[in-house]
Write a protein that binds this ligand. Structure first.
Ligand SMILES: Nc1ncnc2c1ncn2[C@@H]1O[C@H](COP(=O)(O)OP(=O)(O)O)[C@@H](O)[C@H]1O
Ligand SMILES: O=C(COP(=O)(O)O)[C@H](O)[C@H](O)COP(=O)(O)O
Length: 312
């Protein structure tokens, strides 16, 4: 085996990083995947942060120098002794010895914030749900799993907003793919089980040739699968959108484009062999399964497998 293939999944708190990470690890085979959460590189525990008056989103609140050192070591296949932050207690636990497997997923808040860190990744994903949906997800998760009240979560979101704006959202510019799940209607409570996805595909990595989708949809803007050109942070990008109500037939054509030249993915794509495709346990215990989620997982996995052809 050559060096590990490294995927970054960056986004604000409750943007869906852990959920997507689980889905991709499922497709690649959990035994092949090492998952690292960069929250472990927090410099201060919860009590210290409250005393100092700093949020976990601020670069000064994290050992970014050690994080980037560890990323460089992992990229060359070397082990690290990783700190451990517990979201349960808000304190640090004994460090963990980690030897990277074939694939490494680095998920967290500030993974693209230094040049050296950015150079470690083969594929960089940024998660950007609309802010009202992220707030809804955060309230649900932090009340169910982290012991906060809804009022505390909303107050925390407000307190963190300046740091989100200054340090989290600008990292979008460094990503190869921006993933935004969004509700088909303006009401975020409506259709959470049938979210659409908007994938911004930057020309920083070679994407599969999706142009035949244009023939499939005849450029029809009402189609459940749409491919178009746009600008993202002022740079030209392709945008692929898949609606939650797309049919199996429509989705299968797209999956075929993705999977046709990759024997491993071909097996994953086959819904008879793999009826669990696109099914993930969310971090609040619910089961999510949708075509937009399945396609998002497949596109990211496609890029990881392409990277193995080059480096492994
Ligand atoms: N693709 C998705 N579709 C529907 N709900 C989602 C999705 N991704 C995340 N969620 C919801 O948002 C919550 C927070 O997601 P999580 O993966 O824990 O975020 P992060 O790791 O970025 O903090 C989850 O518990 C789940 O309820
Ligand atoms: O913002 C996050 C990131 O985690 P995620 O992206 O999973 O939300 C966490 O809340 C902080 O690491 C610590 O906060 P706390 O003091 O609540 O542990």
């Amino acid at each position: 085996m050559g060096r590990p293939i490294i995927l970054g999944i960056v986004g604000d708190s409750a943007a869906g990083k852990t959920t997507l990470t689980r889905g991709i690890a499922q497709v690649l085979g959990p035994e092949n995947v090492t998952v690292i959460c960069t929250d472990d590189y927090h410099r201060y525990d919860r009590q210290q942060r409250a005393e100092i008056g700093i949020t976990a989103l601020h670069p000064d609140c994290n050992h970014l120098d050690i994080m980037q050192q560890h990323l460089s070591l992992l990229r060359t296949g070397q082990p690290i002794l990783k700190p451990v932050y517990s979201h349960k207690t808000g304190t640090f636990e004994p460090p963990q010895y980690i030897r990277p497997t074939k694939f490494v997923i680095i998920e967290g808040l500030l993974g693209y914030s230094t040049r050296v860190a950015r150079e470690a990744y083969d594929v960089k994903v940024y998660l950007a749900p609309p802010e009202p949906l992220r707030a809804q997800w955060k309230v649900k998760r932090d009340t169910q799993k982290r012991g906060y009240t809804p009022e505390e979560v909303l107050a925390e979101l407000e307190k963190r907003e300046p740091d989100s704006e200054s340090f989290i959202r600008p990292q979008r510019q460094w990503s190869d793919i921006v993933v935004s799940f969004y509700s088909p209607s303006d009401d975020v409570d409506d259709g959470n089980g049938h979210l659409n996805v908007r994938l911004v595909l930057r020309p920083t990595i070679p994407h599969p040739d999706f142009t035949s989708i244009l023939n499939l949809t005849d450029g029809n803007s009402d189609s459940a699968i749409r491919l178009g050109l746009d600008r993202d942070m002022s740079k030209p990008v392709d945008v692929l959108e898949v609606d939650g109500h797309a049919t199996l037939e429509q989705v299968s054509k797209l999956e075929h484009i993705l999977c046709s030249d990759m024997p491993y993915l071909l097996n994953v794509c086959d819904r008879e062999v793999n009826p669990e495709l696109g099914k993930v346990a969310g971090t609040t215990g619910e089961t999510l399964q949708s075509y937009p989620l399945a396609l998002t997982q497949l596109i990211i996995t496609y890029h990881m497998l392409k990277a193995t052809q080059m480096y492994q």
